[in-house]
Design a protein around this ligand. Sequence first.
Ligand code: ADP
Ligand code: MG
Length: 465
Amino acid sequence: MQKLNEFWSNILETLSASMSQVSYDVWIKTLVPLCIVKEKLILITPSLSSQAIINKNYLDEIRTALAKRCRESLCNDDLKDVENFNVTDAEVITEVQKEEYIEKTNAVAAAAVIADKKDDSDAVFMPKYTFDNFVVAESNHLAAMAAQAIAEDPGSTYNPLFIYGGVGLGKTHIMHAIGNYIRAKNPALKIVCVPTEKFTNELIDSIKNSKDTREFREKYRKADILMMDDIQFLSGKAGTQDAVFHTFNDLYQNGKQIIMTSDKPPKEISHLEERLRSRFLSGLIADIKPPDFETRVAILKKKALQEKYNVDPVVINFIAEKIDSNIREMEGLLSRVVFYSNLVGKPANNLTLANEALKDYVDVKKESLTAYDIIDACCNYFNITKSEITGKRKNKEVVEPRQIAIYIITDMLSLPLISIGQLFGGRDHTTVIHARDKIADKIKSDPRTKAKIIDIQTYIAEVKR
Ligand code: ADP
Ligand code: MG
């Protein structure tokens, strides 16, 4: 992993020298190397829309940088020691595709497991997620205050800390800020920070490969500070809940700090064992609410300063007005305006430019969106044809895409169920209801399905711009 990261950071250097700063910041810097298979570097990007943009505009540049690096390392003995990779091709896949990719390719699974092991022994925190970069306001002050107290003195103030709030409101940021702070102040403390889904996957892997179970248990029980992100994903997973329960007790009894985040409070996490719920409730529960306008402006200003974006306050206010909940989305709009302003070579200091940059972006204009757009997007995403998705066949490859398409249509459009049925080969409206409810249920229990839908909706938003 170390080598792969080193290798990729070398490629990044070459790329940053050959392209504009904003393209590099927006599209390239967010890529994460997964592994190398057959001389091909597999890179992860967060969403389907960024995958499409990178494939269209930047993949050739990445390939050129790889080829350049490869030529250099053949001629330079020093480089041979650092990286013995012969890589000339690259493929960009999304977070969601990654899991399927790993499942399909055993070789990749092996590489990914090795990579994971390295990372886990030493939690990796996003360097930008610090207390300094976090705007404290009424909407988040309890969580921020508790986080700071814990960072100063883990295990003795608020334990466990349970932070909950909507998507993109700063839960992961706060958790990593605690990690970054403790890491700098007291590097001897062992911090284990894990997304709950990953915890589940590791547990499953360790059970499959029974000699690792002890290793799994020890890794978590040796922690001085355990951070579990997005703990709502424990819902309905009895085996994982059991493992969390025992880990929790062990750590708690030994005075170790536990921090959890979730998109809902403990009482609203369904299918959660009572003994676990009561553990979660036993410490401090801090919620994060959507920020008010002034806070949104302050966050955008901080972000602009941090990224050295040159953006006028009038544009900042404009963006802060457009989005009122998800901060990640709001930051996305800021990057988009800066990206656009660089592209057209005009300063980001007026609303005409901001409007052009964000034209149709914030929300897919419902009136311009049709069921055909959604069907198209699903066909592209799942790589099947329109006649397959609307057809009669009931094989696995087409049933899920069909149900997802139906779900998204019911979610994004207000079409009568009968008309939806007609689009799908004259199906009955009860079939439409069945498909819709099936996916709605699945979203609650299976994060992958949820991620697929977000991916497809982002893609729809992108193509409808
Ligand atoms: P969550 O985990 O709640 O979904 P994140 O922690 O990933 O959200 O935050 C989403 C983005 O918003 C991150 O880039 C984060 O830095 C930023 N953010 C959220 N809240 C704040 C805040 N109060 N100050 C500065 N940045 C924030
Ligand atoms: Mg998060």
